[in-house]
Design a protein around this ligand. Structure first.
Ligand code: MG
Length: 310
């Protein structure tokens, strides 16, 4: 058994990555309450919303208002996705001090998702990062489809490394490597994340897994072994997966936290409070979320909860 860290950092992406994939409109006050409940669970970082053009993602058109109304807990970093300079201006006006930008390592996915090629997206990343750094704003960059792509199949590792190299040169604070459709296996994590860690200090790497095919937690373990200490999750597995209807998408934050705590790795998160946030958004959306821990403790086959998950 490899040596485990004593602490890990969990980034909650449900309010942004999760809700942007919901077709139903979620009222602003529900989003605010959702974020506030997540704050009470003690998360290190919450990705609250996205300052993308409202015509692209109308579900998150109220980003500024949500930021204006949430109760900020000291110790939690509140971030937003920002696709371009216009989005950055809106984010700055809303008091955002931490942003996320994105690029795909699959040309086809980048065009499908962002309506432009990888090089054009990297140009946006360069412009937004430079402007954010001038203002002292922290920048995370998502690199999606790192472990394979439904359009292109294998994604060359050299392309992933090339993108990572440029992001490091830009001074991006954190790179979140995404398994956007849940293709990754632990072996790939060892190989690919290990290779990226040769370019980028491992403490600046995060991993964003999807559990579409059931390998997300195994991949977290491989990530820990490589030395990564930051992992993304979405409560209840909120977010689905547009490529596999009905399948689970984002790794459920409770499943991640339950495993980390069970292994003696601290996260600062109160697991029952996290379940409370998850159950709240589940009620509001009137749908059953796929997260395994959530299902285990809230039914239909729930057993009395013990303190062991804390
Ligand atoms: Mg995701």
């Amino acid at each position: 058994m490899f040596s485990m860290p004593s602490e890990a950092r969990v980034v909650e992406v449900g309010p942004r990555d999760g809700l942007q994939n919901e077709t139903q409109r979620v009222p602003t006050e529900v989003k605010v309450e959702f974020v506030d409940r997540l704050s009470r669970a003690g998360l290190a970082q919450i990705e609250v919303s996205s300052f993308v053009r409202p015509m692209w993602i109308p579900q998150l058109a109220d980003a500024g208002e949500v930021f204006g109304r949430i109760a900020r807990r000291p110790g939690t970093e509140y971030s937003a996705l920002v696709p371009n300079l216009k989005g950055l201006e809106r984010a700055v006006a809303a008091g955002v001090r931490s942003i996320a930008v994105l690029v795909s390592s699959s040309e086809t996915h980048n065009r499908q998702n962002l309506n432009r090629g990888i090089e054009e997206s990297l140009a946006d990343v360069v412009a937004v990062t430079a402007a954010a750094k001038e203002r002292g704003i922290r920048v995370r960059c998502y690199v999606s489809m790192v472990f394979g792509c439904p359009y292109e199949g294998d994604v060359p590792l050299a392309r992933v490394l090339g993108i990572a190299e440029r992001l490091v040169a830009l001074g991006v604070d954190e790179i979140s490597l995404g398994d956007t459709v849940g293709y990754a296996t632990p072996r790939q994590v060892w190989e690919r994340v290990g290779a990226v860690a040769g370019i980028c200090p491992v403490e600046r790497l995060a991993l964003h897994f999807h559990d579409t095919r059931g390998t997300a937690l195994a991949n977290v373990l491989a990530g820990l072994d490589v030395g990564v200490r930051t992992f993304d999750g979405s409560v209840g597995g909120l977010g689905g997966c547009p490529y596999a209807p009905g399948a689970s998408g984002n790794l459920a934050t409770e499943d991640l936290v339950q495993m980390l705590h069970g292994m003696g790795i601290r996260t600062g998160i109160d697991l029952p409070a996290l379940v409370d946030a998850s159950a709240f958004i589940e009620r509001q959306l009137r749908k059953t979320l796929p997260g395994r821990y959530l299902r285990a403790v809230t039914g239909p086959c729930s057993a009395p909860e013990t303190a062991s998950g804390r």
